[in-house]
Structures are given as structure tokens and as C-alpha cells.
Design a protein around this ligand. Sequence first.
Ligand code: FAD
Ligand code: MLT
Ligand code: ZN
Length: 474
Amino acid sequence: MTGLLGRLAAIVGERNVLTDDASMTPYVNDWLGKYHGSAQAVVRPGSAAEVAAILAACRETGTPIVPQGGNTSMSGGATPDASGGAVVLSLTRMNRIREIDPIGNTITVDAGVVLAHVHTAAKEVGRHFPLSLGAEGSCTIGGNLATNAGGVAVLRYGTMRELTLGLEVALPDGRIWDGLTALRKDNTGYALRDLFIGSEGTLGVITGAVLKLFPEPKAKATALVAVPDAEAALSLLALVRGKCGDRLTAFEFMTGACIDLVLRHIADARIPFGAVPPALVLVELSDTDDDAALNARLEDALVAASEAELALDATIAQDIAQAKASWRLREGISEALVREGKAAKHDISVPVSRMAEFIAAADRAVAAVSPGVRHVVFGHLGDGNLHYNLLRAIDMSEADFAVLAPRLTRVVHDEAKAYRGSISAEHGIGQLRVGDMPRYKAPIELELMAALKGLFDPAELLNPGKLLPLSAKQ
Ligand code: FAD
Ligand code: MLT
Ligand code: ZN
């Protein structure tokens, strides 16, 4: 290897610089099968110092870098463009748990650690790391941080930003910022940490993090509740919160169309009701108490919901297998969607209390553009975050739907904006939504973001074309 590739090989060892198409394939295509890029190499560093050295070499040679963790992005954020000029910087070799402190309730990890491994490490010392999402077996802490990931426990514990105390970041100029603090209070100026969280690999490469731990919940109670519509689901949310308080950990909504899809595509999926209801809510409580007390509390709430005619039917999982089956229904939706075809994916948020209104308005707006389009609406209702996804009408070709999809996305995003909502609650902008930024972000926000980008990465080499449109310099 010569030139840049020779330098990269000198930093990480030749076996950690992949250049042949077969080895690079998993790194240059995305999970959804929507983005297909190309790269001159995939480089796999083993330490923060190696990451910094790679960034310095790329800066000297003007080489674009695409940071990548588990490559589970839902917005094409970790896929290089098709030019073949970029280097993909894969963090997956950096998978060390550096330290666990059960008294301070912190865990310090390399950025490439897989989320599920953090769960296991925390559990081993009787603690809990609460970020939880369908991709947790392959997504990494660095990717979770770079997208400020949400998932199914935000209602109780918050997003990745709220779960993080400190960061270590390799900067585009080759320096390392050591912000690996475990402090819960620190008022010494601008919160650099929060700037890197959610920056989608455009300001620096996160190499390590100090995360918050919580007491391990000893009891869990999980119910599937059939509801007539989203409005009833919102009233149910208020009722369960009132009766169960902070024990409410997850409140996940899915329409009957989502369940139909899961039952069709996921072999082991089952519903505990005779027929598919109009909509379902998965409710989970957790506590340090015992299972029986928690189940009784949930049952009490569900009886009240039924008396108030909010619940059509409900079932509480009697053991871990039944709880897992309930989650399989919910978490199988993304996989089932991919199997069904290319969806127009949305990740909007609006104020929680206005979610039912938003769904009705978006349904009308979408039907006005294309009446036959199938709505596959699910998500984190308790956080005001919906994956308002759309699939082609049964009699429409994939090609015709591909032409229609941007118009559908426009009406969905315009509706979210009308409710003072966001076009990305948790998946990030990536390349999927970058073209929408000027329409939905205020000019002053874009101006400040561009100024920050110019400060950290003046040569625009870090994840170009993601999150922010390329500047006129490019
Ligand atoms: P990647 O996909 O590799 O990268 C994502 C972004 O982060 C890219 O912009 C990349 O450049 C950047 N990046 C990665 N590592 C670093 C680093 N070390 N430093 C700087 N930048 C970096 N997301 C949710 O929020 N909630 C969900 O409920 C959820 N469910 C999902 C379910 C499934 C089945 C799948 C496939 C995805 C889901 N996602 C969800 C989306 C995705 O898994 C998360 O966004 C996850 O946090 C991405 O982690 P990753 O390691 O795979 O990141
Ligand atoms: C989820 O909540 O399951 C996701 O964030 C994924 C999706 O939109 O498919
Ligand atoms: Zn989600």
C-alpha cells in the first residue's frame, strides 16, 4: 500500500485497512437497502490515538471521512457517497468497557462498544443502562451518541444526551479532546459534550464516553392493550401515568396495519387477541419492587382504562416469554417493513398532547395526494415521536412510488411543522433529510450550525453531505 493507504496501514496495521469490494460491501451499504456508496478504503482503528492519527492523515490529503459504528442508521448517515473518494472509519474494533463505578453509577466505554454489551456489563454489577432499541445487538455507543438515539425507554430515562456525562472526541485537526468527566454538575462554560451529541459525525469522531447507570429494575410488568384509536391511546397514557407514575417505562403505539405486516413477515410473531385490533399499545412498567405488586398495579390501571372505554381488550404478560412475544410484535415492525418494500420513512415529533390531531391531519393530507397509499404508523407515543411510514398502494409499482415518495414526505413534514414539530425526533438527518433542512430549519439556526461546522471542520471532510448541505466551497 502506498500514499494515503500506506499511511493508514502504518497507523492501524495493513489487515485493518480493507480495500477489496467484498470486504467493504457491509460498510458501504445501509441497513434499509436504500443507500449504496463506495469508498477507497475502510479503516479500523483500535484506539483514540489511532483515530486522531487517521484524521490528521486525511486532513493533510484532503480525504473525506465517514465515521461508522454498527451501520444501523435509518437515514443513510453512515454510508459514503458513490464517488469512491471517502474513507470509512469503522469504530467496531474499539469495543472495551474501560471502567464501571457502581457507587458513582457510571460506566466508561470505548465508542465502538455494542449497546447490548453495555447492558450486560451494567447488569453484572446490579446496574442498568436504559437506552433500548431494536438494533441494540449491533448499534454502538458512538452511533447512539452521534444520533442522540431515543428508543423505547425515553419516557422514563431520556435520550442519549440525558444519559451521558462525558465524552472523548478526536477532532478533524488530529487533536483529542479529553472530556471524559463523570461530573454530574459542571458550570464552566459552553457544553461541548452536548454539541457533539447529535452531530452525526460532522464535528468530530467520538472515541469514548462516560454514561450514567441506574438501579437495575427487579420487576417488570408488560401489557398489550387494544385501543380504538390514537386519541384513546393518549388518554390511556395520561391514565397509566397518573396511576403508575415514574414506573411507566415504555408506551409504544402501533396501528392494526403494522400488526398485519408483522404477522405476515415475521414467522414467530403472534397476537394474544382473536382479531387484529384498530391499534395496540405496548405498556411496560418497571420497578425495584417485586413482579406481583407491579402486575397488580398495572392490572388496576387497565381495569380503570376499560371502565373509561379507552381499552377494547388487554392482556398482561404472565412470564418472560410472553413479555418477549409482546416486544417481538413491536420490534418486528422495522424488519417487516423492509421485507414488504421500500417505504417512505418518517421520524416526526410533535407535542405529545397533539399526536392524535397530527395523525388525523397527516392522514387527510396524504390521502389527498394519493388515496391508496398504505399507512404504517407506529412509535414512541409517550415521547410525541411517531414513525409515520408510508408504503406504495397495492396496485402501484415500486418505481411509481419512488417518484411519489418525495411529495408524500413533503406533506407529512409540512404537517409536523404546522404543529411546531420536528422532521427528525431520533434517527437524525443523515442524507435522507438533508435536502429538507432549509425548508424546516430557521435561517438563523442554519447559519449558526454552518459557523460551528466551519470552526471544527473548516475543510468539510467529516461526513460531508450529511446533516448539513455541502457549502459552496465543495
Ligand atoms: P451508525 O449507523 O454506524 O452511524 C449513525 C451516525 O452516527 C452516522 O452519521 C455516523 O457517521 C455517526 N457515527 C457513528 N459512530 C460515530 C462516532 N464514533 N463518532 C462520530 N460519529 C459517529 N434509533 C433510535 O433512536 N430509536 C430506535 O428505536 C431505533 N430503532 C431502530 C431499530 C432498528 C431495527 C434499526 C436498524 C435501527 C434503529 N434505530 C433507532 C436507528 C439506529 O440504530 C440508531 O440511530 C443507532 O443509534 C445508530 O448506531 P450505529 O452504531 O449503528 O451508528
Ligand atoms: C423503531 O422505533 O422501531 C425505529 O426507530 C425504527 C423504524 O423507524 O423503523
Ligand atoms: Zn423509533
